[in-house]
Design a protein around this ligand. Structure first.
Ligand code: ATP
Ligand code: MG
Length: 583
């Protein structure tokens, strides 16, 4: 992590951990976990949780497990297990027992604990704390009541232990159809906390699981499963998002119910107490101009609104990675937004700034012209003379050195860097005006060549040989400096320019009458063909990142093939949205 607690105030979770360490509650141990459900690709919100959980483990010399919460067989797939593991490694974090045979090696799976969960459930039945209920899902909802209406007790609530054990065993054996029965915790149908009104622990679901196959046809519910998973792994601080705050009493109730009658030394009929992890809730990351939620992202993928989970416009880690975001920039962003108890919306500009800041330090500078306009230097020899000029690779990093860029009689500049009838404040090229070509010479425009349609197809210029390197010995100043590329040396490429995927700040706001789809930005992707790049970029490899001077930060897209270079704009040089918004 880029920060240390000494440089800033401890966040509330660090305060809890330090207090626990001081009191010896966990013997100085810190064990956290990141518990994704493998039902989609990770998004930037998950990165916050990853940085938090793995970051705490690093900071306090503990461990952070990667645990797949794979208790919903119908929505989960191995593809997601792979992509999630791969993204966490890419972000720069390690979980225990990682080996390189498979990206997910060392990961833990809730499904590995199904038998233990089942055994604990039988124990709760024997303690009179759980029962098999025959109410349907609709009836269960009706019996549960609501915030201002107490629940009613299920007619099956007082079955005998023997009958419950028998029915639960037969549920497991597959004797009953989906939805016909559940196992419920016997808590309190009048509790003001609706989560405590006899919550479902198991449901019947005859579905093939991506790891356990057909071994199970009953699956544990989140609240029952999660605390046991934490306990079995010896998790000390079980960090989740705020929606689970009023599930915490249930989390605690389940572990207390298992521990009832158990002892520290394991003497007695129920055995040894199990670990009771502490659940701590923090506020989710909420970014404007974005939808998160795997459900929404899956819809965009399935409906082909985007090219896939890794579309560079997606807020997924795969999308950000393909777009060219660095792991450091995402970690820095997560540190920057911090951890709090209260929900707030973060401007997506802060994410863009994070990658801008990082790439400013590390990305080599290159010249590329996206919308080329030919320039002929009239007083340059016509014999093919090439002047190899020195160009600095990164003004922020002297060790990055310099490279040669060829200057010739025919060049390209950006079409928008020329205006025929330019206002006074247009500090670029116009007839009779002088500008600097970066690293090269001062040039003055002497005329334009137009086609039959009256469009400008070429500029004529003269250069001043005394200004080689970009300065005039007579102290003459020019206001504009343009990027350029030698026409005969230029490498052709396609450049993809991205804008926000949504036009609305809060596309998924339930208060909208419209569905988030209606806020999709139709101009979020612009493919620009025929761009002209300086020759050093012919060697660019997939994933390479660089700054195109004056245009932004770019990387080489994975769809690049030999002879067909494709670049993504990661982010422009300035936050153009902040300007628009503040107007
Ligand atoms: P989603 O539906 O958005 O994918 P989820 O919470 O259902 O979210 P999980 O796979 O269950 O996804 O999440 C794994 C972990 O990531 C959980 O601990 C969850 O709290 C955390 N998480 C999910 N979304 C965010 C977010 N926006 N900000 C911070 N943490 C998040
Ligand atoms: Mg989920």
């Amino acid at each position: 992590m880029s920060d240390t607690p000494a440089e800033r105030q401890l966040n509330f979770i660090e305060q809890i951990i330090e207090a626990d360490n001081a009191s010896g509650k966990w013997g100085g141990k810190v064990v956290t976990r990141f518990p994704p459900e493998p039902n989609g690709y990770l998004h930037i919100g998950h990165a916050k949780s990853i940085c938090l959980n793995f970051g705490l483990a690093q900071r306090y010399g503990g461990t952070c497990n990667l645990r797949f919460d794979d208790t919903n067989p119908t929505k989960e797939e191995m593809e997601y297990v792979h992509s999630i593991s791969d993204n966490i490694r890419w972000l720069g974090f390690e979980w225990p027992n990682q080996k390189d045979d498979a990206v997910e090696s060392g990961a833990l799976f809730a499904s590995d604990y199904f038998q233990t969960m089942y055994d604990y459930a039988c124990e709760l039945i024997r303690k009179g704390k759980a029962y098999v209920c025959d109410l349907t899902a609709d009836e269960t909802r009706e019996y549960r009541g609501s915030l201002n209406k107490p629940g009613r007790e299920s007619p099956h609530r007082n079955r005998s232990v023997e009958e419950n054990l028998d029915l639960f065993d037969r549920m497991r054996k597959g004797e009953f159809p989906d939805g016909s029965r559940t196992l419920k915790a016997k808590i309190d149908m009048a509790s003001p906390n609706v989560n405590l009104r006899d919550p479902v622990m198991y449901r019947i679901l005859h579905a093939k699981h991506h790891r356990t196959g057909d071994a199970w046809c009953i699956y544990p519910m989140y609240d029952w499963a999660h605390g046991i998973e934490d306990s079995l792994e010896g998790v000390t601080h079980s960090i989740c998002t705020l929606e689970f705050e009023n599930h915490r009493p249930l989390y605690d109730w389940f572990i207390n119910a298992i521990n009832e009658g158990r002892t520290n030394d394991g003497s007695g009929p129920w055995g040894k107490r199990i670990v009771h992890s502490q659940q701590i809730e923090f506020a989710k990351l909420d970014l404007n101009y974005t939808v998160m939620g795997k459900r929404n992202l899956l819809a965009l993928v399935k409906e082909k609104r985007v090219g896939g989970w890794d579309d560079p416009r997606m807020p997924t880690l795969s999308g950000l990675r393909r777009r060219g975001y660095t792991p450091e920039s995402i970690r820095n962003f997560c540190t920057d937004v911090g951890v709090a108890k209260f929900k707030s919306t973060i401007d997506i500009g802060r994410l863009e700034n994070a990658v801008r800041d990082h790439l400013n330090k590390v990305a080599p500078r290159r010249m590329a012209v996206l919308d080329p306009l030919k320039v002929v230097i009239e007083n340059w020899p016509e014999d093919g003379t090439v002047d190899e000029l020195d160009a600095i690779n990164n003004p922020e990093d002297a060790s990055a050195g310099s490279r040669k860029v060829p200057f010739t009689r025919e060049l390209y500049i950006e079409r928008e860097d020329f205006m025929e009838d330019a206002p006074k404040k247009f500090f670029r090229l116009a007839p009779g005006r002088e500008v600097r070509l970066r690293y090269a010479y001062f040039v003055t425009c002497t005329g334009v060549v137009k086609n039959d349609a009256g469009e400008i197809v070429e500029l004529r210029c003269t250069y001043d040989p005394a200004t080689r390197g970009g300065d005039s010995p007579d102290g003459r100043k020019v206001k504009g400096t343009l990027h350029w590329v030698s026409a005969s040396h230029a490498v052709e490429a396609e450049v993809r320019l991205y804008d926000r995927l949504f036009n609305d700040e809060d596309p998924d706001n339930p208060r909208h009458e419209k569905d988030f789809h209606e806020f999709l930005n139709p101009d979020s992707l612009k493919k620009v063909h025929g761009c002209k790049l300086e020759p050093s970029l012919a060697q660019a490899a997939i994933g390479d990142r660089m700054q195109f001077e004056r245009l932004g930060y770019f990387n080489v897209d994975i769809e690049t093939t030999p002879g067909n270079l494709i670049f993504n704009r990661i982010v422009s040089l300035k936050d153009s949205w902040a300007k628009q918004r503040d107007q």
